[in-house]
Design a protein around this ligand. Structure first.
Ligand code: SF4
Ligand code: SF4
Length: 448
């Protein structure tokens, strides 16, 4: 049994996982599919289709443009209506997208070649290539290209691979349902991930508020050499990469640009392992994912969703709004993004859609800081959010940088604990953007 450490800071949240008992069902083919070329960390993909082209499910519509990038594939068959700018829900500005009008047939592209059920016949390079060709990214929200994650630098040997099934955000149940329903497939994908990075030890990490998922995964790993289960006490934000490594292994990832590689660890989400398994076995690239649609909707659900499906379509599928919506969030309520409109598509990193009623959304104005120190006590990265925010609000970004603004993982715990409702995350985020812009400008000056 693994002896876990206490999470530094963090908070215990009412988990509100009201859709946890809902089996995953297919949301259906929507009337329009919008595939952004930028739905991952790194360089956007380049469109390789044009208006009028007929495309099939699994066909490449956007090609990865660099090492840190990911290709984008048609999620169903149909006709390309346009390649144009659409409002991007995460970037909050127009961005290039391939827009498809589905033909309802869901025909699969002939380039989707059958894969292999036998990982022993695949080399680490084969597995990485399959992940790259599948356009696979981390499905826990960060959307970091999986092929890059599976390629640690040669001088950084990996001794442990953590499979992240913590799903510590309230409301979200997509990972838990996937573990209940597809445990064997997840373990198949995880075994391939371990082989790709040469990790002799794998640990499946799940919080103790998911008993069904724990049982399913325990059964699936039984008899699998090198794979263990670690059940964690439920606490937010334990599912963050750095926090998981600290709690499970007692290792501290160095501040940015430090990475889990630096402490011999790779972390991937259970949904990513499942999608890799699918790509390995069937050759099908990443064209769909499980999304929780929950909160103030008629029937909170877990859907298998074709990438590019609009949020409004999913809310309808989940029974529509109950009451007057106050906020629609893409992702979980702590780290998700509040959507100004719902005619935006599901991206590779979309874990959930959470609808909050007007009553649930606190619209009260922030009050002055009372120096209570709660934000400091609860920050899992041991930052001083009150100071970073104060410097950021005054445009003193150099000072904010000295207070390690760039280390912030934007978990939102500080703002959640603040009795004065200070918008701390917004202020820290602003400082991070300003610091990065300043660094880019400095680098350009040097290279120019
Ligand atoms: S400062 Fe950043 S890391 Fe710390 S609690 Fe706030 S959002 Fe989380
Ligand atoms: S929690 Fe809010 S009120 Fe308390 S010190 Fe931090 S910013 Fe100030």
């Amino acid at each position: 049994m693994i002896r876990t450490r206490a999470l530094s800071g963090g908070v215990h949240l009412d988990d509100r996982k009201i859709s946890s008992g809902k089996p995953v069902e297919f949301a259906g083919i929507p009337p329009e599919i919008v595939l952004f070329m930028s739905q991952h960390t790194g360089a956007p993909a380049k469109p390789v289709v044009k208006a009028g082209d007929h495309v099939l499910a699994g066909q490449v519509v956007g090609e990865a443009q660099s090492f840190v990038s990911a290709s984008v594939h048609a999620s169903t068959s149909g006709t390309v209506k346009a390649v144009e700018d659409r409002y991007h829900p995460i970037l909050a500005k127009p961005s290039t997208a391939v827009v498809i009008e589905p033909d309802g047939k869901g025909e699969i592209w002939e380039g989707v070649a059958p894969g292999s059920d036998d990982i022993s016949t695949l080399s680490p390079e084969d597995i990485i290539k399959i992940a790259r060709n599948a356009g696979l990214v981390g499905l826990g929200g960060a959307a970091f290209p999986t092929a890059v994650k599976l390629s640690p630098p040669k001088d950084k040997p990996i001794d442990v691979y953590l499979l992240n099934g913590a799903e510590c955000e309230p409301y979200l149940t997509c990972d838990a349902r996937l573990m209940v329903e597809e445990a064997d497939e997840i373990v198949f994908g995880f075994t391939a991930m371990m082989k790709a990075v040469g990790a002799p030890r794998g640990i499946v990490c799940i919080e103790d508020n998911k008993p069904e998922a724990i049982m399913a995964m325990e059964k699936a790993i039984s008899g699998k050499p090198g794979i263990e289960l670690c059940v964690l006490k439920t606490r937010y934000p334990q599912g963050g990469e750095k926090q998981l490594i600290q709690v499970v292994l007692g290792r501290e990832v160095p501040p940015p640009p430090g990475l889990p590689f630096d402490v011999g660890v790779v972390v991937s989400n259970v949904g990513t392992a499942y999608s890799l398994a699918k790509a390995l076995r069937t050759g099908m690239p990443l064209v769909d994912r499980v999304v929780t649609v929950t909160g103030a909707v008629g029937s909170p659900s877990n859907f298998r969703v074709l990438l590019g499906t609009q949020v409004s379509f999913l809310i309808e599928k989940a029974g529509g709004y109950t009451g007057e919506p106050g906020k629609v969030i893409m992702g979980g309520p702590m780290m998700g993004v509040s959507l100004p409109r719902t005619d935006v598509p599901v991206l590779k990193g979309t874990t959930g859609i959470v609808v909050m009623t007007k009553d649930e959304v606190n619209l009260d104005k922030p009050l002055p800081c009372i120096r209570c120190g709660r934000c400091v006590d609860s920050c899992p990265l041991r930052l001083l959010p009150v100071w970073i925010a104060a410097y950021s609000d005054r445009g003193m970004y150099e000072e904010a940088e000295k207070y390690r603004a760039l280390d912030c993982c934007e978990c939102g715990v500080c703002a959640y604990r603040c009795p004065s409702r200070r918008p701390l995350v917004q202020s820290v985020r602003l400082a991070k953007q300003a610091i990065m812009e300043e660094r880019r400008a400095r680098a350009q000056k040097v290279s120019g």
